[in-house]
Design a protein around this ligand. Structure first.
Ligand SMILES: NC(=O)C1=CN([C@@H]2O[C@H](COP(=O)(O)OP(=O)(O)OC[C@H]3O[C@@H](n4cnc5c(N)ncnc54)[C@H](O)[C@@H]3O)[C@@H](O)[C@H]2O)C=CC1
Ligand SMILES: CC(=O)C(=O)O
Ligand SMILES: [Mg+2]
Length: 553
């Protein structure tokens, strides 16, 4: 085991090369003397603000988004305090660079832009020593984000390049939720890749092998969870961007044995529920009166549907009535009880063929989106397919014929995978569309009015979840905690005050919003008995204490 106490004593170039200790030109004269840094640094002493301004100048002259991403990642590897100070000063400009959409390209290009390691790569050939590898981590870890790289955003299997996602997600834990970066660990489980382009790329840095699946895969995941529980028993373990079939199985297996959640299923469900609740409340309607089409029945689609059904039930609908208000489609069309290919996860979301009796389409053939929209006359259309253009003009125009304020959520990431663009949605609905997207889009001017497009992304939820769990000491993650997160987010919607305003708060306010959500979630953890009770004031104090602001010690 490494000697953790010795770490803070690093001297000379070792101190400068440690991104968690480095202050670079901001080391004071006394620190320079103490740590043997005189001569290694130029004589001028900067403040953090001056360093951030210099870094911003250097960032600004990079002429491609990928170059900007590389610049920020390098800064993160050199000086984490400065990296987060810069991000916090320019959240709206830089979040799309370290997160979606640019992180998608960074994952695709990972092997080509690779500079130095960050996080832990656990590769299948090392399956018998995962525990030993984790034992080498030199810090106590509170949050792990782990992926196996198989479903990176809507970009499919990126193998080891998927590491960009845990790195990006954890950057948001620190940026938005204030979790100190020393407490976080990105993990990539390298079980191979089925991406031919990656396998044939001479620069590919992952394990060059087709994906391991089946019992071997499950045994590997089990060895990983066992090692995590042993080394970091109180850690929050977030699963990210796994293929749907694995994501659901893993969550079901481990959710009651450690503090864990799946962001694509549960985080996405909470942000979408909160945003839909805001959209409906702003328009003066009720959730239980909506007819909702979910295009995509993977991790995100099923997670969102489950939480919206649960919300309708909380609002007084019976479970069967609530389910009947949803039309869930996968690549083979509407899920209905006449289909023989549905698995356990999908069957509860199948429409009864009896309910479709009067529909004007051939019910013996796959029932596509256009048929569903024409017959069900939905008020809400959510896209989580990873398929650009899946909301066709015909479908969108049909929605607008049947609803005064049709709600469209093309949530797929990155931007290139959005099911429709806000501009098209507004054009095709004569400005009636109420919109939120997964990746950021610029405001759209239509009919003389500026429409601010909310970014309905789980980034509004998972960092706050982390803050809540750390502050409250929660031992498990409950469904109620995600419900509280959704409701707390809804309450912060600017559209509740002005129906023409954005559905979600501006990213520049993300810290305050995350704090508000974290408090609600932490209180819920206490109410659910998964965290020890405290007074409200004490909990608030702990949340504030957990939220680190990037400043030098
Ligand atoms: N905005 C946000 O916060 C989030 C967005 N997402 C995005 O949602 C997308 C899907 O993610 P997952 O559910 O995890 O993926 P997944 O691979 O588990 O599911 C995709 C689903 O879409 C269906 N599908 C594919 N093409 C279709 C088509 N043309 N018509 C109808 N259905 C189709 C598939 O059958 C499958 O059910 C990704 O692009 C991801 O980036 C995911 C999580 C969070
Ligand atoms: C945002 C996110 O988690 C995804 O697109 O997978
Ligand atoms: Mg994801």
């Amino acid at each position: 085991m490494p000697d953790r106490t010795a770490l803070h004593e690093k001297r000379g170039i070792d101190r400068i090369e440690d991104p968690l200790l480095n202050k670079d030109t901001a080391f004071t004269e006394a620190e320079r003397r103490k740590w043997g840094l005189l001569g290694l640094l130029p004589p001028h002493i900067d403040t953090l603000e001056e360093q951030a301004e210099r870094a911003y100048d250097a960032f600004s002259v990079k002429d491609s988004l990928l170059e900007k991403h590389i610049f920020l990642r390098q800064l993160q590897d050199e000086n984490e305090t400065l990296f987060y100070r810069l991000l916090l000063d320019h959240v709206e400009e830089m979040m799309p660079i370290v997160y979606t959409p640019v992180v998608g390209q960074a994952c695709q290009e990972f092997s080509h832009i690779y500079r130095r390691p960050r996080g832990i790569f656990l590769a299948y050939p090392h399956r018998d020593i995962l525990d030993d590898i984790l034992a080498e981590v030199e810090r106590d870890i509170d949050v792990i984000v782990v992926t196996d790289g198989e479903r990176i955003l809507g970009l499919g299997d990126q193998g080891a390049g998927g590491m960009g996602i845990p790195i990006g997600k954890l950057s948001l834990y620190s940026l938005c939720g204030g979790i100190h970066p020393t407490q976080t660990l990105p993990v990539l489980l390298d079980l191979g890749t089925n991406n031919k382009e990656r396998l044939e790329d001479p620069r590919y840095i992952g394990w060059r092998h087709e994906r391991i699946k089946g019992e071997e895969y499950d045994a590997f995941i089990d060895a990983f969870v066992t090692a995590v529980k042993k080394r970091f028993p109180d850690v929050l373990l977030q699963w990210e961007d796994f293929a749907s079939v694995d994501a659901e199985r893993i969550l079901a297996k481990y959710r009651n044995s450690l503090c864990t959640f799946n962001d694509d299923i549960q985080g996405t469900a909470a942000v979408t529920t909160g945003t839909i609740l805001a959209a409906i409340a702003a328009a003066g309607g009720k959730l239980e009166d909506q007819r909702i089409v979910m295009l995509g029945a993977g991790s995100a689609g099923i997670g969102i549907t489950d939480q919206l059904v649960a919300t309708m039930v909380r609002h007084g609908l019976g479970e069967a009535d609530a389910h009947a208000r949803f039309y869930v489609l996968d690549i083979d069309g509407l899920l209905h009880d006449g289909r023989t290919d549905l698995d356990e996860v999908h069957r509860p979301h199948a429409q009864s063929l009896k309910n479709l009796a009067g529909w004007d389409c051939d019910l013996t053939k796959p029932i596509g989106l256009a048929d569903v929209v024409r017959n069900a006359r939905p008020t809400v259309l959510v896209g989580v397919t990873g398929q650009a253009g899946a909301f066709t003009e015909e479908v969108v125009r049909e929605m607008a014929r049947n609803a005064d304020r049709p709600i469209f959520f093309p949530l797929s990431n990155p931007t290139s995978r959005a099911e429709a663009t806000p501009t098209d949605l507004l054009n095709w609905t004569d400005g009636k569309a109420v919109i939120a997207t997964g990746s950021p889009f610029d405001p759209v001017v239509f009919g003389g009015k500026t429409h601010v497009i909310a970014q309905c992304n789980n980034s509004y939820i998972f960092p706050a979840m982390g803050t809540a769990i750390l502050a409250s000491g929660a031992r498990r993650v409950t469904d109620n905690m995600f419900m509280s997160a959704a409701e707390a987010l809804r309450d912060k919607s600017p559209a509740l005050k002005d129906v023409n305003d954005s559905l979600l708060p501006a990213l520049k306010d993300i810290r305050e919003v995350s704090r508000h959500i974290a408090l609600a979630v932490a209180r819920q953890a206490q109410d659910d008995g998964v965290a020890d009770p405290t007074t409200r004031e004490e909990l608030e104090r702990r949340v504030d204490e957990t939220m680190w602001t990037p400043e030098y010690d």
